[in-house]
Design a protein around this ligand. Structure first.
Ligand SMILES: [Zn+2]
Ligand SMILES: [Zn+2]
Length: 389
């Protein structure tokens, strides 16, 4: 097997010991932050006006109305303030003005005091509230973390961020359709499978132990389907989309083909339902997987030492994304490296090094852009060797 030519690729690592400038001193910070907050505030006001259409009952269960109103008020004030600073400093003025304009429109539409009638249940609704909350908190936590503890110099607006933002947006806004697709398949199958002895054993365990076992079982299922994606051609085409990112950060992990999301979530949830894990343990697992999937892709270069062998951390999953012949079939776990150790697919350099380059081996096989990437797996005519060498 011969490696394809690897084109020149500038990869900006950070010199050891060099201190990063403060986030706030970046010339576009105030303007871009104002615009982003203005957009999120405007989306939030729309959620208050059309809760039945734009907010999901599953998501509403995790926050209170008062919390959402205070958050919106804070966002509006910040969008105004940051936009004003951008204009006064004459830095990213257009974005700052855009943020102020969106905040003004949001106030005009009722701001944080919009009244709404009681929410009646609707068969289908969007998860715009889930998108706003998730994006806001992810950005507030991970943008500073990736700035101060970065492995590579990387702007949050690095190449490909629009594509990944489109994935982030659709996977959150269409959360309800995703949940329906996953639960239809899994409940159908669990209706036929009844392993009473295992269920009784699982239920007899305390909740914290159920959670730990659920994480292990789910990660084993995840790693097995993940390895199948890498080794079976029709499935690799879907998964190649996830591996097409040339830079990894907290947003890059969102790049997952819709078919892969539904299939993986179903395969992972199935053993948890069949074995009868208690709902709180399953819920805790769902929160963990959401968080750890983001952390695993994050551009965080902190050295965690022995902890890297116990839980999946950025360097571990970054090696899974390495554009490297010896690593394309390694490190499938997303929670526990012990799963890879059991499967014989564990590989992590002991010297603390990171991959030189990320992406699929044959770069030309995955197009750019959300729509083209979603269509790619359905466009036949290629052999497995065309994708993986
Ligand atoms: Zn993979
Ligand atoms: Zn990944």
């Amino acid at each position: 097997m011969k490696l394809p030519e690897i084109p020149e690729y500038a990869h900006p690592t950070i010199e050891p010991g060099r201190r990063r400038p403060r986030v706030f001193s970046h010339p576009v910070f105030w303007g871009y932050a104002s615009l982003a907050l203005g957009l999120l505030a405007f989306a939030s006001v729309l959620c208050f006006h059309f809760p039945q259409l734009l907010t999901s009952v599953e998501v509403r269960a995790i926050y209170s109305e008062a919390f959402a109103r205070y958050l919106l008020l804070g966002g509006l004030i910040a969008a105004f303030g940051f936009g004003t600073i951008a204009v006064l400093k004459d830095q990213a003025r257009a974005s700052g003005l855009g943020g102020v304009a969106l905040a003004t429109a949001s106030f005009w539409l009722g701001g944080a005091t919009v009244e709404f009638d009681s929410i009646e249940s609707t068969p289908y609704s969007l998860g715009l509230d889930w998108f706003v909350l998730s994006l806001f908190f992810s950005a507030v936590v991970f943008i500073p973390l990736e700035h101060y503890f970065a492995h590579r110099h990387l702007s949050p607006l690095r190449p490909g961020w629009r594509t990944d933002a489109a994935y982030f947006f659709t996977s959150h806004v269409f959360i309800q359709f995703l949940l329906i697709a996953v639960t239809v398949g899994t409940t159908f199958i669990t209706g036929f499978v009844e392993i009473r002895a295992v269920k009784e054993f699982v239920v007899s365990m305390p909740l914290w132990l159920q959670f730990l076992v659920a994480v292990f079982v789910a990660d084993l299922a995840q790693a097995l389907i993940h390895r199948t994606y890498h080794r079976v051609m029709p499935l690799w085409r879907f998964h190649a989309v996830h591996h097409s990112s040339r830079e990894l950060d907290w947003l890059a992990g969102s790049r997952i083909h819709f078919v892969e999301t539904v299939l993986t979530r179903s395969v992972v949830l199935l053993p948890l339902l069949v074995f009868g894990f208690a709902q709180p343990a399953v819920n805790a697992y769902i929160i963990l997987v959401g968080l750890q999937a983001v952390v695993a892709h994050a551009n965080i270069g902190v050295r965690f030492g022995w902890l890297e062998y116990l839980v999946v951390l950025p360097r571990y999953h970054h090696w899974h994304h390495a554009r490297h012949k010896l690593y394309w079939d390694r490190n499938y776990a997303i929670h526990l490296p012990v799963v890879d150790m059991l499967m014989g697919t564990f590989k992590l350099p002991r010297d603390g090094s990171w991959p030189e380059e990320y992406g699929v081996m044959k770069l030309e096989t995955v197009p750019n852009g959300f729509v083209a990437q979603h269509l790619m797996p359905f466009q036949g005519g290629r052999k497995y060797d065309d994708f993986v060498n």
